[in-house]
Structures are given as C-alpha cells and as structure tokens.
Design a protein around this ligand. Sequence first.
Ligand SMILES: [Ca+2]
Ligand SMILES: [Ca+2]
Length: 406
Amino acid sequence: MCSYGLASPIWNVGNTMAVDFTAGATQSTSGTSIVPVDFYLSTTNTVTSSSILLKRSTKVSVTSPGPYCSSMAHDTLSLPATTNGSCFALGNYYVIAKTGTSQLYAHELIQAEGHPSLTGFSPQTAPEGGLVTLTGTDFTSQTYVLFNGVAAARSIVNATTLVAQVPAGATTGRIRVGKSGSTTTFCNLPQTSGTDFIVDPYCLSSANYAGYGAIDYVASSEFTNNTIGLGSCPNYTNDTQYVVSATAGQVGKQIDIQFGSCGEANYEKLFKMYVDWNGDNDFADAGELLIDEPSVSSDVLYTITFSIPTTVLPGTKRVRFITALYDGSTVTSPASVSSCGVYGFGETEDYLLQIAPAPGFTPAAVSSEMPRAELSIARGAEEPTVRLQADAASAPAPRLTLPGLP
Ligand SMILES: [Ca+2]
Ligand SMILES: [Ca+2]
C-alpha cells in the first residue's frame, strides 16, 4: 500500500464509507494490470483470522513498467451485517487496506446513529388497543416498534420516551424497537425488552382523559386498595394483584368501593360491575353485568353485595369496575358505557375473583339461578338506597369501536 484514507473517523451503521487509496506494484512490461486491494474490518491493526473482509477493490491499475505507486483510486465500503455471525458489535475498529503483504489502517468508531435502544416499558400488561410507554434512547420519527414481531402505531414524545399502542393480533412476547429500514441486531445496543410484554386477553376499557372521576378505594375481607388522597387520577388500573375469594353458591359476598373526583367538583357518574363468570375473556354473557348503577357520588363509601352462581366453575374470574362521568358527549346515559371501549372521564379497574368449589359441587347440577348483586351506601350523608341491579335476561351491552392513535 502507498497511501490510504477514509472519509471520516466515525462510521454510522447503514452508511457507506468513501475511501481513497493508492497501491504500488512492480510491472515488467507495458500494459494495464489490476492491483487488487482488500479492505478488512478488524479489532486489531493487523489482519488476523477474525478480521472481516469488507471488499476486494479492483480500482487500482498500473500501466507502465517499473516499481511505483498508482494514481489515486476511489471506492466505497459497507459494513457487514454482523461482526460475530449473529449480531453487530458497535465500538472501535481498524479498517485495514492490504495488498500483498503491505497494509495500512485507519481507526474507526462505528456507532448506530438513529438506531434506538429500549431500556424499559410500562405497564407490563395491556390489552389490544392499550397504550404502553417505552423508554430508551434515540427515538425519532424513523423509530419502529414491534410487539412480539407485530408492528405497532406509536407516538414519539421525545428522544427518550414514546407511547405505543398494542396492535391488533399482538401476542405475549418481547418488545423491539428499531430504525426504519434497518433489521440490524446489535450485540451491545439493547433494542429488545429483557422481559415479555403480556397481552391482556380482556378488551380495553378506559377513560380517554385523566380528571374528574376515579375509583379511589376498593376493599374486601381479603384486601384494601386505598388510593384516596394520593392525587393520582388514572384512566385504567390493572389491580389483578388483588384477589377476592368466594365459593360457588355463596350468598352475600361484600366489596366496599368509593369513588373520587380527582380534586374537581363532584359531577354525576355511573358505575358498572362485571364478572366473567364463564371465563371466556369477556363480560358479554348473560348475568356478567352485575351492577348497572346510573348514579353514584364521590367520597361516599358504597358496599357491593353479590352472590356467586352455584353453577360457576371453580377458578379465577376477572372482575371489572367502571365509573364514568356524564360528560354530555361520550357518556350521556348508562348505555353509553359497556365492558369494552373508551369514555371521556372516569376509571376502569380490574380485579380477580377466586372461586372455590362449593361443598358437594357438581358441574352437572345445572341450576337456573343467576347472579344477583346490589349496591348500597355504607357510609355517607345521604339516605341509604338499595337497588337490585342484576338482570339475568339483560342483553350483552353494545361494544364501542376502539379509536386509533391521533
Ligand atoms: Ca383507581
Ligand atoms: Ca364471559
């Protein structure tokens, strides 16, 4: 090699690198001869068995007899897909130009400009259509997000935060971020989450906006979930770490519940309670809407008293509480809110109900008994009221269409 130079000491993955070089040769007679020059990517400044051949350039030629250096040749180099056969390790490399036994090298810092990394996500579980906040680096308009391989809509908040929507058809698995057009897997740039994101099989139910209404307190004999005074006003909370225990056929199981106004005025809200008795991941079957209360107030402790169907199979059942404000647009009547979908203001909370088999329980002993439930005021200024809300014959509530991201 006679001379050798690269366009820049920094090489970004996905870019080509311009290279200028001349090579010497000893030619005995007139005529054009090609002098091949090999370019290597190497972690040391000499070519070894672990060096990666980037290109054999045939741009250098000599025409006259005698030993001398050729005129300047120009070529471009591209990085390999991987540096160890499975991924690309970013960092400092030598780019070596070699002809015969003669070699020159340049130092290169190879970096992944514009390739995002993923450092975390929250929540750990959400349904299709739910929103997941991702944290990382280099989030740009070119950043893509995959949920276990399925592309997701996303909104870039800033370079370190984006909000992705769990795509239809997503399955439980890793979340991956990448740069549009690039499938490069980096050995030392975390693009894939370290843990699985879990797709909640239950449909999305959520307020669209934080404010004016929330479920502040839920308690049973098994747990107390008290968020009164915390100042938080979530649109949805997955509270399935809280488990209510009951027995098939049990009468008079009680859960206390209190609503709040998120520091605002006490606007009228509705309340609904669902249980997925048959465990088919929806709340649409007969008897699964336990309470359809058109009006509840903030800062009043209510008691839900309900019975477990004798026919329910033992196991874990999902419980869903929804309170939603009458906002004059998205919610104008109880029919505006169903077990799935979004509404303006309020909160959905999901819990679990663990059903133990009743003594002498036999699935074949089919009964026509359907669940019954009532909501009563346990503490507050108003006169206690009791409403029987269970209606085994009620039709499944209409489903709302889930909106996409703006
Ligand atoms: Ca809450
Ligand atoms: Ca169901």
